[in-house]
Write a protein that binds this ligand. Structure first.
Ligand SMILES: *Cc1c(COP(=O)(O)O)cnc(C)c1O
Length: 398
């Protein structure tokens, strides 16, 4: 087949956002990936194999938990979707298992991934070990220095780590390097992107593999609470756990969808990652979306206490949901996330990831407006990876 006979089949845009702003050398690989994904999702055999791995390897379905003591404390009815109980400690495995299986189906034996905190790297390395695929993980040198245990986990799972020294030497630079590698060897290699961002078809593929969160949660809350939630909320880094939750409720107009970004130290002083609070539409990593940028369109540095939310752009589907007024986006500062972390630890016996703690911190800060409401929070991951950060920030208080 010649390249010119190829074109995308599925919509590449979410409202005005998304698209595939990729170098021409990548377009053939993106067309091929989209076609393979559309075929796989229509194939009962593929769906059954993935469902089997999600059940027996990853531990799905994850529970829905009624947090009674937190509910009493806040004066609303809080339900937690427990993605923290998924194998490797976060929702990321839903996507890495799906894409690794897709790569295998495409006959690709080499997997590339980027990672910030190392969570996506670990989830990718685990999926590759399971399926016998080669795995190379790009990681900024600055991030690597902060995340030694996850480096060790990735290596033990058989992944090769490629440190990225240039730029800010963090996640954004790791994505650039992974894309560069993919351009060089698209025939043997799949780039396993870790969030609902990047050029089409990635935002659609990742949302498709994460929608299991919202679909399960909807059934569970109907069965356990006897009705839909008034509010469904999740933290938003690239946006994959949030879009996974939202997909389950987006057609239920009575359910308010809330995305919580990283407010960092303060949104006024530029030390944050609240793209909707102060970003503007622009292109990064192949997608048109809200972006923290200067007047020349140069990407600005970001800050968050949680590495998983520390990214200058947001998945394009969220930009569209916001424009359409279907979802509302707000932020929680570092200090509010730490408060959320402590609330859940002391009242419910759960140490949440600092990313997920943003959603809990937001809930706590809006408790008056949410009085008596039924609120569903996606607890995207567990906090074991964050203990050192929490100890350092809280000092003697913890
Ligand atoms: C990576 C990560 C996030 C942020 O990524 P999204 O794509 O926005 O979901 C949130 N929570 C946890 C626990 C993570 O590991």
């Amino acid at each position: 087949m010649t390249e010119t006979s190829l074109a995308f089949q599925a919509p590449t845009r979410f409202g005005a956002y998304g698209g595939a702003f990729a170098p021409e050398t990548l377009m053939a690989a993106l067309f091929e990936l989209e076609r393979a994904w559309l075929e796989a999702r229509a194939d009962d055999g593929f769906r059954a194999e993935l469902a089997g791995l999600l059940r027996d390897f990853a531990g799905r379905a994850t529970p829905l938990f009624h947090a009674r003591r937190l509910s009493d404390e806040l004066g609303c009815e809080v339900w937690l979707k427990r993605e923290d109980l998924l194998h490797t400690g976060a929702h990321k495995l839903n996507n890495t298992l799906g894409q690794a299986l897709l790569a295998q189906r495409m006959g690709k034996h080499r997997i590339l991934a980027e990672t910030g905190a190392g969570q996506h790297g670990v989830a990718t390395a685990a999926a590759c070990a399971l399926l016998g695929l080669e795995c190379r993980v790009y990681m900024g040198a600055v991030d690597a220095a902060r995340q030694a245990p996850n480096l060790q986990r990735m290596r033990l799972l058989g992944a090769e780590i490629a440190l990225v020294e240039h730029g800010q030497a963090t996640l954004k630079d790791a994505i650039n390097e992974a894309m560069r590698d993919w351009v060089g060897e698209p025939d043997t290699t799949h780039y396993l992107l870790g969030s609902a961002l990047g050029p089409h078809p990635f935002p659609s593929i990742v949302a498709d593999f994460q929608r299991v969160i919202g679909e399960e949660a909807r059934e569970q809350i109907l069965a356990q609470a006897g009705g839909l939630p008034d509010v469904a909320a999740a933290c938003v880094g690239g946006g994959s756990n949030a879009i996974g939750l939202f997909r389950g409720f987006v057609d239920d107009e009575e359910v308010e969808l809330v995305g919580v970004e990283a407010g960092g130290e303060d949104v006024e002083n530029d030390r944050h990652a609240a793209r909707f609070a102060s970003g503007e539409p622009g292109v990064l990593h192949g997608s048109l979306t809200y972006l923290l940028q200067d007047a020349d369109g140069q990407v600005l540095p970001t800050h968050s206490v949680s590495a998983g939310l520390d990214y200058p752009a947001v998945g394009p589907e969220h930009a569209a949901l916001r424009d359409a007024g279907r979802a509302r986006y707000t932020y929680a500062k570092d200090s509010e996330a730490l408060e959320g972390f402590q609330l859940l630890a002391r009242l419910e016996g759960i140490l949440p990831a600092l990313e997920s703690s943003h959603a809990v911190g937001w809930l706590s800060s809006e408790r008056e407006a949410l009085a008596k409401k039924r609120v569903l929070i996606n607890l995207s991951g567990r906090g074991d990876k964050d203990l050192e950060t929490v100890e350092r920030v809280l000092g003697g208080e913890a």
